[in-house]
Write a protein that binds this ligand. Structure first.
Ligand SMILES: C[S@@+](CC[C@H](N)C(=O)[O-])C[C@H]1O[C@@H](n2cnc3c(N)ncnc32)[C@H](O)[C@@H]1O
Length: 329
């Protein structure tokens, strides 16, 4: 849904409200505040309280604007959603009735050249959402050819990962990478465009972004945190844009709703839960309607999964065997 006050289009907004179903008096955590589109719509939908969370320091400005209109009903906490339990407890936030995650980056992050997310705009090769830790340039300038190829192949599904990694090593021996366009141009000059409509640098940029921000590990931590935090009957809604992320959410909910059958009689599925900790709201994944796709093409890869927390105790953290990645020092 387009928001007059926000430069970000909030994907699957109607579906988020329907599945999250905020009620008067509820406490909702919007764990990916961004431009505040979801938070604003939730606050307008019911007389509830919203806690907005984001790791991007720039989200604070949009949060300050929102706070003006909603007073005590809205509070912003800066930090990573993987640390949600600690962040909420440090801020004396009670158990929420709903948690929503809209994983990935916002349009503002892509549009601001200085953040270094876009291969179409020249800027420093950065890509750090929280402006901390190793940047994409550090990774590209310091990692081995094999490590770079692994990142591009696994996190970007880039089949030509080795030729690209090799070309990166040759170019950085002349001059280290500093900007987004230096990398995008190198990729363009290294591999053939082929028939695909997407830009040849798309997959490498996506892989570097996911790697630098440890996005998959953060998601697993957030799912575990949500399971611990939600009240019985509380709702978890997750919108993701990438198949690796959607698979994590799908498998988590499959296991936690008890919908797992052993793949063969020789393989045992070990589930420490006696009773399911979640019940699915939607059996099938929810995607954008054709009306939404007409106004926002970015919605085409959005997938929404939602579930309701039961009163079952949780005995062990959900463990997802994430692909083994080089160390992000
Ligand atoms: C797609 S945007 C959310 C847009 C928001 N739903 C709206 O309607 O404006 C995703 C946001 O999540 C934030 N984010 C991504 N990973 C995060 C993490 N691990 N912890 C906290 N925030 C994160 C990004 O900084 C970005 O602002």
């Amino acid at each position: 849904m387009a928001n007059i006050d926000s430069p970000h289009y909030s994907v699957l907004m109607a579906e988020v409200l329907e599945t999250l179903a905020p009620q008067d008096g509820d406490l909702i955590v919007d764990a990916t505040f961004g431009a505040g589109g979801y938070s604003r719509n939730i606050l307008n939908h019911a007389n509830c309280q919203v806690i907005g969370l984001d790791r991007d320091p720039n989200a604070q400005m949009a949060a300050d604007q929102l706070a003006v209109g909603y007073g005590d009903r809205f509070k912003f906490i800066a930090g990573q959603f993987g640390d949600m339990q600690t962040l909420l407890s440090e801020n004396n936030v009670q158990k929420p009735d709903g948690i929503v995650l809209d994983i990935g980056i916002s349009s503002m992050q892509i549009d601001q050249a200085e953040r270094g997310f876009s291969f179409q705009k020249d800027g420093p090769l950065d890509m750090r959402m929280s402006a901390k830790g190793m940047s994409a340039a550090d990774v590209v300038n310091q990692f081995s050819e094999a490590d770079l190829a692994r990142i591009f192949y696994i996190l970007g599904d880039e089949k030509r990962s080795y030729p690209i990694a090799g070309a990166i090593l040759r170019q950085r021996a002349e001059k280290p990478f500093e900007t987004t366009l230096e990398l995008a141009n190198l990729i363009e000059n290294t591999i053939k465009k082929g028939k695909s409509k997407i830009h040849v640098a798309t997959k490498v940029f996506q892989a570097l972004r996911i790697f630098v921000n440890e996005e998959l590990a953060e998601l697993v931590k957030a799912l575990n945190a949500a399971e611990q935090l939600l009240k019985p009957d509380g709702r978890l809604v997750v919108v993701s844009f990438h198949s690796l992320e959607d698979r994590i959410v799908k498998n988590f909910l499959k296991l936690r709703t008890g919908n797992v059958s052993a793949p063969s009689r020789y393989v045992m599925v070990v589930d420490t839960q006696d009773k399911p900790s979640f019940v699915l709201i939607n059996r099938k994944v929810i995607t954008a309607t054709s009306e939404e796709l007409d106004v926002n093409i970015r919605s085409r890869s959005a997938k929404l999964r939602a579930a309701i927390r039961t009163d079952a105790d949780v005995f062990a953290e959900y463990f997802n065997p994430l692909p083994v990645m080089p160390n992000l020092a």
